[in-house]
Design a protein around this ligand. Structure first.
Ligand SMILES: Cc1cc2nc3c(=O)[nH]c(=O)nc-3n(C[C@H](O)[C@H](O)[C@H](O)COP(=O)(O)OP(=O)(O)OC[C@H]3O[C@@H](n4cnc5c(N)ncnc54)[C@H](O)[C@@H]3O)c2cc1C
Length: 397
């Protein structure tokens, strides 16, 4: 009797999902054991989100930071479905796709990431611009173009949240808009980049000051309208005219995950074991932003690309191990430090005993991300372009 091929279904093709799929396809399956691997994503492209800001400054192009899945998965044997996951039956491991087939699988991987909550203050859903994916970047680009082409003498931008995204956006946009820009960075706590090493925070503070970005600390957004933002600072409420509000605050899991009967934390993240198996569901794995995970040392891991990327290796290995009757490995997180872009040609980084800022940090950040891009083919294409483009630009001047 021939044994039926097992099926692994990965939901979400971001840092967690895509890298799990790629890793799974490289593991040493015996030819009789090789499972069918399916990757599902609502988008046709993977997004390397740490480089999303560079689309707005024209430093990078879409094909470099958001290559199509079809291209990345070529020759891997992984099947890709572009579809939105609309429901999951966890007992049957059955996935419903919007306008697509139902998929039943033996191992299910949940890697759908998070969403930006726009219902935290009145008006945000209608008037604020989130910045999380390619669609957000294109929408923001469109708005920036309209403002830049207008005859107004100032472009007033309010950025809500002085975490990484807020700080990086403020610096990049200040460099893009230049003289005409008036920037406010609004932060509810008493400092920017609250979780960053001091070196990066100071470099960011300096970069924001140099660019004339006004920082409102301990300030809460009360509401947003089409052309104004209302702020509260020490019980005093002020309404300020603005042309653009960008919202970078918060992450929460998608409703399709939140409604599942898993053990979840307050933010809706799914509790996993250190092996990345969902608690009480050993055939379902969860990783990345939607997972509430403690690693082998009992350390709570943050929701970052760095974590999702590292977890992908373990998720792939553990799925392979669980299908081939081998022991599973607990995830061991290795914090490698952090890199923050601070405008065009400028960045700061702290990690592995190194502290750098300025152009050197900018180059190191680019090289580190080049190394992290998916597939050798894509790295080579992008690396070649990064080397050759400046030469062509110099020659054509
Ligand atoms: C602008 C920006 C900059 C960032 N910079 C950094 C950084 O410098 N360093 C760092 O470590 N982290 C950074 N992060 C955080 C990092 O991107 C996330 O932590 C990481 O992407 C999480 O990986 P993930 O696989 O869980 O989710 P994601 O990478 O977000 O992938 C989720 C995937 O699921 C898909 N999806 C979602 N819902 C559905 C659905 N219902 N049906 C089908 N598909 C769906 C999405 O299209 C997406 O492709 C940044 C994030 C942003 C937004």
């Amino acid at each position: 009797m021939t044994q039926q091929t097992e099926r692994i279904c990965i939901l979400g093709g971001g840092f967690g999902g895509l890298y799990t799929a790629l890793r799974l396809s490289q593991l040493p399956w015996e030819s009789t054991q090789k499972p069918e691997i399916i990757l599902v994503d609502q988008s046709d492209r993977f997004l390397f989100s740490p480089l999303l800001y560079e689309l707005l400054t024209g430093e990078l192009q879409t094909w470099e930071i958001a290559p199509p899945f079809e291209e990345l998965l070529q020759g891997t044997g992984v099947r890709f479905y572009q579809a939105t996951v609309s429901g999951i039956d966890i007992d049957q491991r059955r996935v419903q796709l919007q306008d697509g087939p139902e998929i039943i699988c033996d191992r299910l991987v949940l890697a759908l990431g998070g969403e930006t909550p726009l219902d935290l203050v009145p008006g945000a859903a209608n008037y604020a611009y989130p910045f999380r994916n390619i669609t957000d970047a294109y929408r923001l680009e469109e708005r920036l173009r309209v403002l830049e082409e207008s005859t107004a003498d100032k472009i007033r931008v309010a950025i809500v949240g002085a975490g990484y995204s807020g700080v990086e956006l403020a610096c990049k946009l200040a460099d893009r808009i230049g003289e005409k820009g008036r920037f406010r960075l609004i932060e509810i706590s008493d400092q920017i980049l609250r979780t960053s090493p001091e070196f990066n925070r100071q470099a960011a503070q300096k970069a924001l000051e140099t660019r004339g970005v006004f920082i409102d600390l301990e300030t809460k957004v009360e509401s947003i309208t089409q052309d104004a933002i209302t702020l509260e600072y020490k019980n005093q409420v002020d309404t300020i005219p603005v042309d653009l509000v960008i919202w970078t605050v918060g992450t929460r899991v998608a409703p399709v995950i939140k409604t599942l009967p898993f053990k979840q934390n307050q933010r809706g993240q799914i509790s996993t074991t250190p092996n990345l198996q969902v608690v009480d569901y050993p055939e379902i794995f969860a990783l990345g932003d939607l997972a509430d995970c403690r690693d082998a040392e009992g350390q709570q891991v943050p929701a970052t690309a760095q974590v999702a990327f590292q977890q992908a290796d373990y998720a792939a290995w553990n799925i392979w191990a669980s299908l081939t009757n081998r022991p599973l490995l607990p995830f061991r997180y290795q914090p490698l430090g952090e890199m923050v872009s601070l405008g065009i040609d400028n960045a700061t980084l702290t990690g592995l005993g190194v502290k750098l800022d300025g152009t050197l940090a900018y180059v190191a950040r680019r090289l580190a991300y080049l190394y992290r891009l998916p597939t050798l083919e894509h790295k080579l294409k992008v690396g070649f372009n990064w080397l050759v483009r400046p030469i062509i630009e110099t020659l054509s001047q």
